[in-house]
Design a protein around this ligand. Sequence first.
Ligand code: SF4
Length: 327
Amino acid sequence: MSTSNGAVLSVEGLKKHFPVSRSLLGRTRQYLKAVDGVSFEIEPGMTYGLVGESGCGKTTTAKLILLLEEPTGGRILFGGEPVSGLKSDGLREYKASVQAVFQDPWASLNPRMRVRNIIGEPLEINTSLTKGEVRSRVAGLLEEVGLAPYQADLFPHEFSGGQRQRIGVARALALNPKLVILDEPVSALDVSIRAQIMNLLKDLQAEHNLSYLLIAHHLATVRHMCDRVGVMYLGRIVEEADTEELYENPLHPYTRALMSAALPSHPDIQRDEIILTGEVPSPLDTPPGCHFHPRCPARFDPCDSVEPVKTEPSSGHRVVCHLYGGA
Ligand code: SF4
C-alpha cells in the first residue's frame, strides 16, 4: 500500500475531545480538547517526532493511531487507506503493521511470563507459524536486539532496564511492522544506556525500513532520532519543520521557549524535563485568540482575540503565529 505522496501514515485534522461534565438534563457542557486538529505525515523509513510539555496531547495522538481511543474528528490514513473504513483482515493487518514501544519496560512486560512467551505471543495470535518456527523467530529477534537466544527462558526481572527495553523492542518487531510508535522509549532508562537503545532503534530502522513516530519531551533525544518534528501545545501542532531547521531556526515563541528552557545554565546539569515559566492553561478552558498568549513574551495586539492560522515562512517550515502573518 502506498499513498500518492508516499506516506506510510497521514493524520489529517485529528481531534479527540473528551466530554467532562454534564448538566442535570444529561447534556454535555464541556469538552477537554486533548487533540484538536492535528495533521502530519510519516514517510517510509523516517522518524517523525512530537514534542511538547506533559498534557499537550502527544500520547493521546499515539493512542488514536494505535486505535486505543476513537477520534472525535479528522482521519488517519495508513498507506492511503482511511483506517476508520478498515474491516476484519484490513484491520488485523493495520494492527500488526503499527506497533508500539512504551516508556516503562518494567510495566509493559508481564512479570510472570518468560521472555519466549512475551515475544512469541503476537506470533502465536496473528500467524500460523508452528511452535518450532515461533521458537526460532524469537531467538532471531533476541539476537537482533542484542540479547542471546538462551535468554528466552528467563523472566523480565532477570534483566536490567536497558535489556527489558530491548525485549519490548523485540516484541514490537515480531510481526514485521511498518510503523512503530516510540512513546518516551528511553526516558525511564539510565542516561548511560539511552544512547545504546537509541542507536539500536536507528540500526533496526535502517535494516527494516521502519517508520517511527517518536513521542518525547527530551529535546536532545528528538534531535538525535528525528527527521521531522511537530511541536504541540494544548492539543495542536504550533510549529513543524525538518529537525535541523527547527533546532537551528525555531520560529514560534513556544518552540523558542522550549529550546532555551532545555539548555542548562551549566554543562554539568543534565536536564530532562521541559521547564517553562507560567502555567499551561487548562485544555478545558483554553484562552481566546492564540492559546499560548498568556505565556508568550512576544504577544501583541491581535494575539488575545484572533486565532492565528498556519503559514509556511520557508519551504516545509510551518508555524501558527501572528508574527509570521498567520491571521
Ligand atoms: Fe505569541 Fe502572538 Fe505568536 Fe501567539 S500569535 S505565539 S501570542 S506572538
